[in-house]
Design a protein around this ligand. Sequence first.
Ligand code: CU
Length: 132
Amino acid sequence: MTKNTIISIVVSMALIGGTLYLVSNKPVTSSKEVETLQNVEIIDGVQYVTITAKGGYYPRVTEIKGGLPTKLVVKTSGTYDCSASLVVRSVGFQKILQPTGEETIDLGILKSGEKVQGVCGMGMYSFQIKVT
Ligand SMILES: [Cu+2]
């Protein structure tokens, strides 16, 4: 009897915990989406595009403005997969990034209609920056 009571308490606590976990997890996911959409910042006339490298590149496609000095910031955080091996051909960039850190790559001043593509060393992950 006592054993059954304990089991039922444990089971109901697990259910409540699971539900709370699912509920609390939802807003986190949506705020992350907002964050990745706002990956372009203009500071003192310089346009910064931030891309996260870990198991691929995020966001995959970014739209930026032309006619501004532009810098690409690639952030790694415990990145031990091949997305740390980055190639940006249009600016002759090729490097194996630190597993955790930030790499700033000068993209120069881009014109409307231009595209910058970054790929991993194996060519299986990529991202694109489109100049509108
Ligand atoms: Cu790869």
